[in-house]
Design a protein around this ligand. Structure first.
Ligand code: G3P
Length: 219
């Protein structure tokens, strides 16, 4: 399972990249706005920090506009994945970019029918938003299970299921249990994945006992 981090905060990304656990990054217009910085500079900096796919989202809503924006974004670095919305124009753009050898992440997926279309359009990734489905009383992880089941029926579908809108460790664990290819996780949730009270208690106990010995390992 691959871990992407869902943020445009380059300080967070640098720290997580140093952990060796990061396989990629996803951004969206909201996250870029939150960074308060120009999109091109942010994406370029992220692409230097992380060698895996870095999703940069178009904001045009028509095919021609998306293609123009994609040309600018893909020129930033070889590992930029162009993120397009799951609309007719978005999927047309996905097909054109995919045929040109560009990774495309189809975002704002909320149904299995949409996920089938993304795979048909050749997307490298489809991003179902599990948290936003849970928020309206639907079953986000149930959608992931359905999409994976469908994709497994068709070995010709190469699209990876990128679990997005993750709200907590339970989403990550369930995504892994189902065999989702990728989870994109907010930094806070990535930090939560490390946490267990017995780990903290156990470490404190070991260190207290070690201190009593007066020894050091590395001098
Ligand atoms: O980047 C797409 C997705 O992960 C957004 O999540 O938390 O805004 O629903 P959220």
């Amino acid at each position: 399972m691959k871990f992407f981090v869902d943020t445009a905060d380059t300080a967070e990304i640098a720290a997580l990249a140093a952990s060796g656990l990061l396989d990629g990054v996803t951004t969206n217009p909201t996250l870029i706005a939150k960074s308060g910085r120009p999109m091109g500079a942010v994406i370029a900096e992220i692409c230097k920090l992380v060698h895996g796919p870095v999703s940069a989202e178009v904001t045009a809503t028509d095919h021609a506009g998306m293609m123009r924006e994609a040309a600018v974004l893909r020129a930033i670095a070889h590992n930029v994945a162009i993120k397009v919305p799951l609309t007719p124009d978005g999927l047309r753009t996905c097909r054109a970019l995919t045929d040109d050898g560009v990774m495309v992440n189809v975002t704002l997926c909320f149904s299995a029918a949409q996920a089938i279309l993304a795979a048909k359009a050749g997307a490298a990734f489809v991003s179902p938003f599990v948290g936003r489905l849970d928020d309206i009383g639907e079953d986000g992880m149930g959608l992931i299970a359905t999409i994976l089941e469908i994709y497994r029926n068709y070995p010709g579908f190469k699209t990876e299921v990128l679990v997005a809108s993750v709200r907590g460790p339970a989403h990550v664990v369930e995504a892994a249990r189902l065999g989702a290819h990728v989870a994109t996780v907010p930094p806070a949730v990535l930090h939560q994945l490390f946490a267990h009270p017995l780990t903290e208690k156990g470490l404190a106990g070991f260190l207290a006992d070690w201190a009593k010995t007066g020894q050091t390992i590395a001098g």
